[in-house]
Design a protein around this ligand. Structure first.
Ligand code: MG
Length: 415
């Protein structure tokens, strides 16, 4: 029987925001790696693992994944937060890697065996104008992609008015002598502008490209609840594959209103960290895709349970990726995708060549499909020398914050 002898964190990428957890054992050459990435509170996750979770797990049998997950989950009494979940996920994913290596099987074999030969992914197409967006979509289509997320600009793109009069208050009458202190980017978000431009975007794309590719769109939660209902209804004729995060997690009750009024498929979940957030949406069949990030709900162990729950209610998975997660998190999601009957689609991720060189055995993304290998465990490893060489110490010390979009009166919008 193997014993855990140590758990260490390797921070990598230029910003040092990828936290790769390495669980070491007393068996020669036997270790596992996991993802505990957190783009913003990176140091807090590392401290939770190294100072708090690791000492309790030294000497335990790494084969006891479920017991380690359950007992670590409640070992601090409070649970389900994003920092705690990420730390727990890093260890959990590494334990699955170890179990696969001990069994001589890929993790997807341990989870039940493959039900598909590769994992379909959706691309992120973007442009600052509709012609630019159309060009980007066609570029993906030429490379074989069939599922494409369509966005104009960055967060809230298509929904901004100038942050000037008459939209904003009279600067001379505010307590600060300006419309709002530190107004970001000179633009203000407007629900109605966003709805009109997003409907016009899909009208343009379906007119120009047709109904062949499957399109999605991410609202990033910017809308008021009734605006969300309105947008979902007005996008129905364009037959989206899904509409993502049309509401923030605090307003999930409004999905009942959306469901009653239209058939636009709904996707949400990348901010969820607690089973009580997804349970009502799935059990009442109010959404179509659950989009949690594997490492933000605690790893492969809870993610497989979520996938099974979704299967029973006809909801599909679309594990979150996007720009700031790491190759190990994507690999963990891919193993679930390979074996899950409730799989719907996988979000793509893109890594620099030098980043991939630090992760030998990484999955291969080509033509809209993610391909696993057949190595035991996760099939991915970390080259620690190359991983550490990616880090820029200055950028690693620079705090990171999400974009701060605001309405014309200055009030901040849920991102
Ligand atoms: Mg999103």
């Amino acid at each position: 029987m193997a014993r855990i002898t140590g758990i260490k964190c390797i921070r990598t990428r230029v910003t040092a925001t990828w936290v790769i957890v390495k669980v070491l054992t007393d068996q020669p050459g036997l270790y596992g790696i996991g993802s505990a990435h957190d783009y913003n509170a990176t140091g807090a996750v590392v401290a939770a693992i190294e100072d708090w979770m690791a000492p309790r797990l030294i000497g335990r049998d790494p084969a006891m994944i479920e017991d380690i997950w359950q007992s670590t989950f409640t070992s601090g009494y409070w649970r389900s937060g994003p920092t705690h979940n990420a730390a727990l996920a890093g260890i959990d994913i590494a334990l699955w890697d170890i179990k696969g290596k001990e069994a001589g099987m890929p993790v997807y074999q341990l989870l039940g065996g493959p039900v598909r030969s590769a994992v379909p992914c959706y691309a992120h197409a973007v442009g600052n104008t509709l012609p630019e967006l159309e060009d980007d979509i066609r570029r993906y289509m030429e490379d074989g992609w069939q599922y494409i997320r369509c966005q104009v600009g960055a967060y809230g793109g298509g929904g901004f008015v100038p942050a000037t009069r008459p939209h904003t208050p009279d600067p001379s009458r505010t307590p600060w002598g300006e419309a709002w202190p530190s107004w970001p980017a000179g633009q203000a978000f407007d629900d109605d502008v966003y709805i009109e431009n997003t409907v016009a975007m899909f009208a343009h794309l379906r007119e120009r490209i047709g109904f062949g590719p499957k399109f999605t769109h991410d609202v990033h939660e910017h809308l008021r609840p009734t605006s969300a209902v309105s947008l979902a209804k007005r996008l129905e004729p364009f037959r989206l594959f899904f509409l993502e995060d049309v509401l923030p997690p605090e307003q999930i009750g409004w999905y009942r209103q959306i469901r009653q009024q239209c058939a636009t498929p709904q996707a949400i979940g990348e901010l969820f960290t607690n089973v009580q957030e997804w349970l009502p949406l799935i059990s009442e069949r109010l959404i179509d895709f659950i989009r949690c990030r594997v490492s933000k709900i605690g790893g492969i162990t809870p993610a497989q349970k979520l996938a099974h729950l979704a299967e029973a209610f006809g909801v599909q998975t679309a594990w979150q990726e996007g720009g700031n997660t790491d190759p190990v998190n994507l690999t963990a999601a891919m193993h679930l995708d390979m074996t899950s009957y409730s799989f719907g689609i996988q979000e793509e991720n893109w890594f620099r060549p030098e980043e991939l060189e630090a992760f030998p055995g990484h999955p291969v993304l080509q033509g809209g499909f993610l391909y696993p290998n057949d190595r035991p465990g996760l099939g991915i490893d970390i080259d620690e020398v190359k991983a550490l060489a990616l880090v820029d110490p200055v950028r690693a010390r620079t705090p990171r914050y999400l974009v701060e979009d605001r309405r014309a009166d200055g009030s901040v919008i849920r991102p």
